[in-house]
Design a protein around this ligand. Sequence first.
Ligand SMILES: Nc1ncnc2c1ncn2[C@@H]1O[C@H](COP(=O)(O)OP(=O)(O)O)[C@@H](O)[C@H]1O
Ligand SMILES: [Mg+2]
Length: 294
Amino acid sequence: MTEKHSVIRTVDISFSYQEGTQALSRVNLHADKGEFVAMLASNGSGKTTLLKVMAGLLKPQTGQVLVNGKSIGEYKASQLYQHIGFVLQNPNDQLFAPTVQQDIAFGPRNLGLDDAEVDRRVANALKQVGAEHLAGRAIHQLSFGEQKRIGLAGILAMQPSILVLDEPTAGLDPAGEAKMLNLLSRLNREQKITVIMATHSVDMLPLFADRIYVLGKGRVLSAGTAEEVFADHDMVSGASLRLPYISRLLHELRHLDGLPVDDMPLTINAARRRIMELIPPELIINRLVDKENG
Ligand SMILES: Nc1ncnc2c1ncn2[C@@H]1O[C@H](COP(=O)(O)OP(=O)(O)O)[C@@H](O)[C@H]1O
Ligand SMILES: [Mg+2]
């Protein structure tokens, strides 16, 4: 079975809240080891519900979640938290200790680790999120972006192999958004942590995500690479989403101005390369430097 290769997989998950809202209908998705998977959907589509089901915080009425091929019901809670780390959307819901150091230490301490190992984990987690300088700070004195990173550090201190994040860039300014996505990308590439995140960062997604799931009204509407998913314009607008702005620009240059571009570049560098190919070489001052994803 292909299940063997997925570190996490949902099988036909359906979930209804008590008062009757059906939030998820037969959702199947998976992430393979080391993949960076994004879940793109408008508000109210079921992203948070699905992530909570995947992290074992909500129990679906039907279907199951498999982690390394085993149903999450078969894991003890403490075991499960070492496989899946769930970073909540709002850091205020995640952080509760008085200081940064105490907050990050809480999880490892609960695992029964000795003081030296707890200290090591805290130092390492702070380093991973680039926040060593915040160790002694009071939680309530942190900026929102810092709170988000410390929330992530608290989860990383549990050393999960899968990170599940609910809108990690929501509420951040553009620099904070880029910083968070770069941080997640680095954790994914360098430490082979599998990442599954819900996001609205459409413009950045093609740079980071190996695969994208588009959800609408609790169902999977589309799944594939950014190229595959964004190729279906009707599906994208039907899901109340939009294309990356750079793709829209190229699309309009093609349709309104007759620019001969057949493919649809999704990143600024891909668009730049296509446009440069169409410009007579004698008009180009700087030679095209092929710097992918820079
Ligand atoms: N605690 C709750 N009780 C009842 N309905 C809820 C609750 N949380 C979410 N819902 C409903 O479930 C649906 C999916 O919500 P949610 O998973 O939060 O979507 P998203 O994260 O994509 O915005 C929405 O219709 C929402 O109103
Ligand atoms: Mg949500």
